[in-house]
Design a protein. Structure first.
Length: 135
């Protein structure tokens, strides 16, 4: 199968919690506040990570847009489904899932396979990059 880039919308109620599996992802806080990795993200805050992540909404809840890269989604689509709510009222909807047809099967976009030319630099993958996080 081809790698997939997907967009999910997560709505967390007051104090709602969600556990995300390990996938490269970028999360944008549309509104509200969430606690992630011992930091607080507020309106228009972002974070990215490749490992599993626990997200907890603040007292007013939150809405998130979550982009994820799935290198090898399962053929039965279980890996492509939005995460199931954990019983605390979280609603997750897959808004878009696009196969990356321009990538050869089995390629890894985070590790360049060719040497950079004189005018280009190799792109290095950063495991965690946060923006808008405060303690």
């Amino acid at each position: 199968m081809l790698p997939v880039l997907r967009l999910c919308e997560d709505v967390l109620p007051n104090g709602g919690e969600m556990a995300l599996p390990a996938h490269p992802r970028m999360v944008f806080v549309v509104h509200g506040a969430v606690t992630v990795a011992d930091g607080i993200l507020r309106d228009e805050g972002t974070f990215s990570a490749e490992g599993a992540a626990a997200v907890k909404a603040g007292k007013d809840g939150a809405m998130l847009w979550r982009w994820e890269f799935l290198a090898e989604p399962n053929s039965d689509r279980t890996d492509r489904a939005a995460p199931a709510p954990d019983g605390r009222g979280v609603v997750s909807r897959e808004k878009l899932a696009a196969p990356l047809q321009t990538l050869p099967p089995g390629s890894n976009i985070s590790t360049p396979k060719t040497k950079p030319s004189r005018n280009r630099r190799a792109i290095k993958s950063t495991p965690i990059c946060r923006s808008g996080i405060s303690d």
